[in-house]
Write a protein that binds this ligand. Structure first.
Ligand SMILES: *Cc1c(COP(=O)(O)O)cnc(C)c1O
Length: 812
């Protein structure tokens, strides 16, 4: 940016700020609103320019416009990022100072936009950031939920869920687009008019767009998150009103607004509720109508739609898209089946996020038909043509036909309900399907999609996830970023691959010292936060051992807690030994209906209570559970971590992105050979990571041979003592029943092989202690970790999607 441009921007911002501040009594909230509104007006200009550039691309453009459909976008706060992108951080700080306000305090007032559950939604948010940075013509499409991810409170050690009323202070970031409205139908029936099938009747709702603008940091490009808000076509039934039937008069409005009411709080489980299916259909229909309208404005005809546009499905939640696109092209625009199908196949691509069968979406056929009768017809037709093709390719294999059909016919001998398989629809209708880390993509092809991979070997590929270094390094860790500038120059800010230059410098004593000083400052801040939130004093120089993520059995927070118990017992047995002081930090939300995950949260609190108050332990061990995990909390915790816990059972974590954020901020990783941990180890050198545990093949083998967790407990006295303490009420004020369910599950089934991995985990934690004693060697290791993380920028991820999925060339 030129100096005059910057001055102009600064003065525009200052006058917008002044105008806003004049409207309300001054406090941090009004200052926040004023700053956001001022930023938004600058962003709105950039948005208009970006759209104008993209509209001029013409039919020859190599990059298609990407439409990223996702039911979740876990954006977090926006102001800090916007200020950094616009170069206005100092301007705002200077404007606030005479008002007696600190920038940091104002930033802290912004509620997180938590419109997602976890990794999948955060990935979508990182992608929007990279779309802007790479200048990719794109739209992210989502729903404007009134209530996002619930806020987690802790009462007597137990999770309580509170509604996340994130819109309560107004929405300074949104750009309403009143001109951008479409009608979406539910229910009704299909009629034939002049040989043409049409969907009529039922209930109609209006979708209206609200845009959230995401700026690039190194250009004036922006990307857009377009979120749909539903309202009733008929906001009031006036006849009912006049009869005095107020509830009846309001019925349509209530039904429409339910669509935006709340984000489904389940993570990795299939909720299977009708309202959820309606939300998905609503997102898909509004987004595709918007795409078609834009394409017609720019190109005048639908023929090249698939060549000019990519429609990407973030998991199966928007997998109705191919059926809806077919419906719009066939019924509303009069294309033939073959034309419409060719366009759909070109446009659609799909990313799978989980191998867990219970998380694969299916819908009861009867519910689906009642809500989306025309889509079901189209899915039947897609299925018929697909199965005909399979029969021709592999004649006589009826079991195969049953397995790959888009319709699950239920158990072989009847009894079950027929269901629509969304993953099958996504695979059959896509030209590319990918997993999110190499191991996960390999397992997709070997397990859940094995049949499809045999039929369409060219369709499957891998794109390993990444995270945006703007938020997760530059914004979250300014101290370390400044050190990187000093050490490497500023090139890493636009090309994260330049971090590789750290490798040769990692041995320099001066750099190691400076790194440790930055880390210590971050740890001091986290220690202060722990004290403030929990009243717990921790030793800020102790090893900060951190596991923050959704609470899920496969992620094995329980294994972490078992290690804490083992360490506690060992300290109590031998308090005089030379222990490496350790502070274990855990944070994460449990889905509201996930009993076992909630019990694990309660156990963490019970163990923390006992350990933290035992005078024999002192600062040798502390356990802190920080409530209400979210993007903003992650931004404060991650820069302070020494050790990152990435300990899922091998073969269960699709990729993980938390693992990447930690390593990028100079934490060492203790991890299993799972998800993207594997590629991280390969990029930084396998010996630089603390790898432990059974690998995927060994997990499968042990399970196939008949796994008996009790054998591990019987032959390991340390493990036995831990399990006994869980069962005898040591951590539950003598209540022997509280953790019965956990003990029974560990001893009887232990699906995630905690017992099998325990010994190696504890031994590896011992290696971590020894490594941490040598501060210089630890710093060298951490710096080498950072040097390997350049590849894990979401800019690289998006560049790969463009090359392999979203470019015109990828269609060849
Ligand atoms: C990165 C992130 C996640 C994903 O973490 P994993 O450790 O990969 O499961 C979830 N929630 C938030 C708020 C995040 O920032």
């Amino acid at each position: 940016m030129s100096t005059t441009q910057r001055t102009r921007l600064q003065s525009a911002f200052k006058s917008a700020l002044a105008a806003e501040l004049a409207q309300a009594p001054l406090d941090r909230d009004s200052a926040l609103r004023a700053a956001a509104t001022a930023c938004r007006s600058v962003l709105a200009e950039r948005w208009a320019k970006t759209q104008a550039q993209d509209a001029k691309r013409g039919a020859k453009a190599k990059t298609r416009r990407v439409h990223y459909l996702s039911m979740e976008f876990l954006m977090g706060r926006a102001l800090h990022n916007a200020l950094a992108a616009l170069g206005l951080t100092d301007t705002l700080a200077e404007a606030l100072a005479p008002l007696g306000l600190q920038l940091a305090d104002v930033l802290e007032r912004e509620p997180d936009a938590a419109l997602g559950n976890g990794g999948l939604g955060r990935l979508a948010a990182c992608f929007l950031d990279s779309f802007a940075e790479l200048g990719l013509p794109s739209f992210g499409y989502g729903l404007r939920y009134q209530f996002g991810m619930f806020a987690q409170g802790i009462t007597e050690g137990r999770q309580v869920e509170r509604p996340d009323d994130w819109l309560r202070l107004g929405t300074p970031w949104e750009q309403p687009r009143p001109e951008c409205r479409y009608t979406v139908r539910f229910g009704g029936r299909v009629v034939v008019e002049g040989g043409q099938r049409r969907w009529v009747g039922g209930e109609e709702v209006v979708a209206q767009a609200f845009d959230f603008i995401v700026p690039a940091h190194h250009s004036e490009r922006v990307s857009t998150l377009r979120q749909w808000q539903a309202s009733s076509v008929k906001p009031i039934d006036f006849e009912a009103f006049c009869r005095g039937d107020y509830e009846g008069a309001n019925r349509h409005r209530v039904a429409a607004e339910a669509l935006n009411w709340v984000l489904y709080p389940d993570d990795s489980t299939d909720a299977g509720r009708e309202l959820r299916l309606k939300q998905e259909a609503f997102l898909v229909s509004a987004s595709l109508q918007d795409l078609i309208a834009r394409h017609l404005r720019e190109f005048g005809s639908l023929q090249g739609l698939g060549r000019a546009n990519a429609i990407h499905l973030n998991d199966t939640h928007p997998a109705l898209a191919p059926a809806e696109l077919m419906r719009l092209l066939l019924d509303e625009h009069g294309l033939s089946w073959d034309e419409a199908w060719a366009i759909t196949r070109q446009a659609v691509s799909y990313t799978n996020h989980t191998l867990m069968p219970e998380a694969l979406e299916t819908w009861p056929l009867r519910m689906f038909e009642a809500l989306l009768p025309r889509h079901l017809e189209i899915i039947y037709e897609i299925n018929q043509r697909f199965l005909d093709g399979v029969k021709a390719q592999l004649p006589g294999d009826t079991a195969l036909l049953r397995r790959v059909s888009l319709i699950d016919e239920g158990p072989e001998h009847g009894g079950g309900e027929r269901r629509v398989r969304m993953a099958a629809l996504a695979v059959v209708a896509s030209h590319r399907v990918n997993g999110v880390a190499q191991l996960h993509s390999d397992l997709c092809v070997q397990t859940i999609f094995a049949d499809y991979a045999r039929l369409f070997p060219q369709r499957f590929h891998n794109v390993t996830n990444g995270v945006t270094p703007r938020r997760w390094l530059m914004q979250a860790n300014p101290g370390f970023s400044a050190l990187l500038d000093e050490t490497l120059g500023e090139g890493w800010r636009t090309d994260l691959g330049e971090l590789a230059k750290l490798k040769k410098k990692a041995g320099q004593a001066k750099l190691q010292k400076a790194f440790l000083a930055v880390k210590q400052a971050n740890k001091d801040k986290l220690a202060a936060r722990i004290r403030q939130e929990l009243g717990l004093v921790v030793n800020p120089t102790s090893l900060f051992d951190v596991q923050i993520k959704r609470i899920h059995e496969y992620k094995r927070q329980l294994l972490n807690i078992l290690h804490v118990i083992a360490r506690y017992q060992a300290i109590v047995a031998n308090p005089q030994a030379d222990w490496v002081p350790r502070t274990v930090v855990i944070a994460g939300k449990a889905a509201s209906a996930y009993h076992m995950a909630k019990l694990i949260i309660q156990l963490a609190h019970d163990v923390a209570r006992v350990v933290n108050s035992d005078p024999r332990v002192g600062d040798k061990l502390k356990l802190a559970f920080l409530p209400n995990y979210g993007v903003s909390l992650a931004e404060t915790i991650i820069p302070a971590a020494d050790l990152s816990e990435q300990i899922s059972t091998a073969g269960t974590e699709a990729s993980g992105t938390g693992n990447m954020k930690f390593a990028l901020n100079g934490a060492c990783t203790i991890g299993t050979w799972d998800g993207a941990n594997i590629e991280m180890a390969q990029h930084m050198g396998v010996d630089e990571m603390f790898v432990f545990g059974l690998r995927t093949e060994a997990v499968e083998k042990i399970k196939a041979l008949g796994y008996d967790p009790r054998l591990y407990v019987e032959e390991n006295r340390q493990l036995k003592a831990v399990i006994d303490a869980l069962g005898d009420g040591s951590f539950a004020n003598g209540d022997t029943q509280r953790y019965r369910a956990i003990v029974d599950k560990l001893l009887q089934v232990d699906n995630y092989l905690l017992m099998a991995d325990f010994a190696d985990y504890v031994a590896t934690q011992g290696r971590v202690d020894e490594a941490f004693r040598d501060r210089a060697a630890w710093a060298e290791r951490a710096l080498k970790n950072v040097a390997g993380m350049g590849w894990f920028s979401s800019d690289r991820t998006i560049a790969e999607y463009v090359e392999r999925v979203w470019s015109v060339d990828s269609l060849a």
